[in-house]
Design a protein around this ligand. Structure first.
Ligand SMILES: C[S@@+](CC[C@H](N)C(=O)[O-])C[C@H]1O[C@@H](n2cnc3c(N)ncnc32)[C@H](O)[C@@H]1O
Length: 312
């Protein structure tokens, strides 16, 4: 049972997302985003609310009888299995090689492999808020957020951060704000409840393209998205995500629906032609290059009804 405090925090977060969506609808995405970034007081209020909510959620995951599952533990366990204990990356590599064989006659001239499994996984946690992965012993974490809730998170707007190829990779800081990140440096990028914050599909695609540039070959993008519906309700949206990320060079390698969240993992394929071909072959008539979330259709309906009212 949610307490009053819990409900209050959840409302702060929800209404914050709604007002950004509304602003974006009214002013256009770019202008709205610029205005949004200026609202430092509201951003701070949101960061504190999100931090407290996450603590309550994590607490609930350890209580018997509650369905809550930890997105943090799920992510850590998958990374461990992928790189170290189950070597999932090898299984997925072999699958891509098989597909390369049947679609491109084993032409491996464009293939890139992870050179060796790192001692510590270089993780970029985007929209980190409170640095939940900081203490994982086999992670070396860079965490960024628009408005960090804790001091160990770097401030930065991922949508506007540049990505640079560098001989000596480093995070570029100016006045303590991240302005560039090293290309093809990370083994894992995490978007935990990040994409839903962005009001438009274009902004979400921008984030995924950036993740692709930042990852090494065979690195993974972990996406955790909120979803309290049953697994079938958003199946078409999820298939469209898979199609779109395929067009960007990612193979989906894990899909798991847990109570209230869906956990997805996309892998930067050894050769981007493999996921691209996969997407072409599996494209259904309703699919397009977009990353939509259920709230988008509500926004469209509201906008349409305002449009109708405006005509009368
Ligand atoms: C719903 S919270 C999720 C926090 C945390 N990852 C978790 O799973 O609990 C979304 C976070 O993304 C951050 N965020 C949204 N857009 C961002 C951007 N363009 N760059 C960096 N952080 C962003 C917000 O400030 C917020 O802290």
């Amino acid at each position: 049972m949610a307490t009053n405090e819990h409900k209050k925090l959840a409302n702060t977060v929800k209404s914050f997302h709604e007002s950004l969506r509304h602003l974006s609808q009214q002013e256009g995405a770019q202008k709205a985003w610029k205005e949004h970034l200026k609202q430092s007081g509201r951003l701070k209020e949101y960061a504190n609310a999100m931090h407290q909510l996450a603590k309550i959620w994590e607490d609930n995951t350890t209580r018997e009888g509650l369905l809550a599952k930890s997105r943090i533990k799920w992510t850590i366990e998958f990374c461990l299995a992928y790189f170290y204990t189950e070597h999932i990356y090898l299984e997925k590599r072999a699958r891509e090689q098989r597909l390369l064989g049947s679609w491109f006659e084993f032409d491996c001239s464009q293939c890139h492999y992870m050179e060796n499994v790192p001692e510590k996984i270089k993780v970029l946690d985007v929209g980190s808020c409170f640095n939940p992965f900081a203490k994982v012993p086999y992670f070396e974490v860079t965490s960024i957020d628009l408005c960090p809730a804790t001091d160990d998170v770097l401030q930065g707007d991922f949508l506007n951060i540049q990505i640079k190829s560098m001989k000596n990779p480093k995070v570029g800081l100016e006045n303590n704000v991240v302005n560039y990140l090293p290309a093809m440096y990370y083994e894992c990028v995490i978007f935990s409840l990040l994409l839903e914050y962005m009001p438009t599909s274009e902004q979400r695609i921008n984030c995924c393209c950036k993740a692709y540039e930042l990852l090494k070959s065979e690195g993974i993008l972990v996406i955790i998205t909120p979803d309290s519906d049953h697994v079938g309700k958003n199946a078409a949206l999820m298939k469209n995500w898979r199609y779109t990320l395929g067009c960007l060079g990612f193979m989906r390698i894990r899909f798991e629906k847990l109570p209230h969240i869906t956990c997805l993992v996309f892998r930067k394929a050894i050769d981007s032609r493999v996921p691209e071909r996969w997407s072409i072959l599996h494209k259904e008539s309703y699919m397009d290059l977009s990353i939509e979330i259920p709230q988008d259709s509500k926004t469209k309906k509201v906008a349409a009804s305002f449009g109708e009212k405006g005509k009368t």
